[in-house]
Design a protein. Structure first.
Length: 337
């Protein structure tokens, strides 16, 4: 392991935004909680945010953090948490799309009921992901000055990659939308032969104003997401074939969006001391042997990216005492013995 988690963080003093992702059930939330605990314990004002529709921060911390609001984590100084509720954003999106479609059809003099089109647009599978991305951007921009570190617990890695990749997709889409809207407005006032009239129409057009505002937010988000000094995406895997394969595949996808990869955490590693020199069940002995084979694969394929190993604990990771143990493992970065 060339550089553990602490050394990596120390090499990037401006690192503020950290994301955890991976296959479902590999330990993304406990890893995010461990990272957040470390910085809060150091005295840094830290915010941990769940972007997972199936929130589990409340379960991990053992306290009610639900509600879409930023709440202080009880029993821990300098730590706040938020389980994002996208329902308000989704409703706002529906209203905006409905308004824009009605404006467009009225302007184009299309005598069609827009409601079916609105229904199709707002029930698209990517609609909620777009809303989640918008809330994530809000937190990055609005809370970036308030907190020293912001840790995002993402959904399953496929959703996380799409979520983060939306910054580039949005940029392309918005550029084309603004160009089309500008051409439409220009055509509308072309007969006036006054160029200044075109600019006046563009500036006061509500749809163009929405697009320009959204484009500005996406530019800010893109700068932050692609800044390797401020942002890092950490993948979490288990010493098993499928999670390893998923991490390897999605590291390439994240890099394709120019999002900095911070490294990999290996979770639920069976310490050698539990098995060696002890009478254990055949299942545990075989499981340890199996893990050793996968650990070799991790070392070979992901070695330079591995930042820490999190051991398999005898109890579930719930509550601050257990989160501290995860944090200690991240700080150590060493293979459990």
């Amino acid at each position: 392991m060339s550089e553990n988690f602490i050394k990596f963080v120390e090499s990037k003093p401006n690192l503020k935004y950290m994301f955890t992702g991976g296959k479902g059930g590999v330990g993304k939330t406990i890893s995010a909680a461990g990272i957040a605990y470390h910085f809060a314990e150091k005295g840094e004002k830290t915010l941990i945010v769940s972007l997972n529709p199936v929130h589990s921060l409340s379960s991990v911390f053992g306290q009610d953090l639900w509600g879409g609001q930023i709440k202080p984590v009880k029993g821990m100084d300098n730590l706040w948490a938020c389980e994002v509720d996208i329902s308000e954003t989704v409703n706002r999106y529906r209203e905006q799309i409905a308004r824009r479609l009605r404006e467009f059809m009225k302007w184009a003099d299309i005598p069609i009921n827009p409601d079916p089109f609105i229904e199709v647009a707002t029930t698209n599978p990517a609609f909620e992901e777009s809303a989640m991305f918008d809330d994530m951007v809000d937190i990055m921009i609005k809370q970036g000055e308030e907190y020293d570190r912001i840790i995002f617990d993402c959904a399953a890695v496929a959703n996380a990659v799409r979520l983060l990749g939306l910054s580039k997709i949005y940029g392309l889409w918005l550029t084309r939308m603004m160009k089309s809207r500008e051409e439409a407005l220009s055509l509308r006032v072309k007969l006036s032969f006054r160029k200044e009239k075109i600019m006046e129409e563009i500036k006061k057009d509500p749809m163009m104003a929405d697009l320009l505002s959204m484009n500005e937010r996406m530019k800010k988000a893109g700068v932050l997401l692609n800044d390797s000094d401020k942002t890092a995406f950490f993948f979490v895997t288990l010493p098993l074939a499928l999670p390893i394969a998923v991490v390897k595949r999605f590291i390439s996808m994240v890099r394709a969006f120019d999002i900095p990869v911070g490294g990999v955490f290996v979770n639920m590693v069976i310490p050698e001391s539990i098995v060696k020199g002890r009478k254990v069940t055949e299942y545990l002995a075989n499981k340890f042997k199996e893990q050793q084979g996968y650990m070799q694969i991790i070392s070979k394929d992901l070695g330079e990216l591995v930042r820490a190993y999190i051991p398999m604990f005898p109890t579930e990771v719930t509550g601050l005492e257990m989160i501290k143990k995860v944090s200690d493992a991240l700080i150590s970065g060493e293979l459990p013995t």
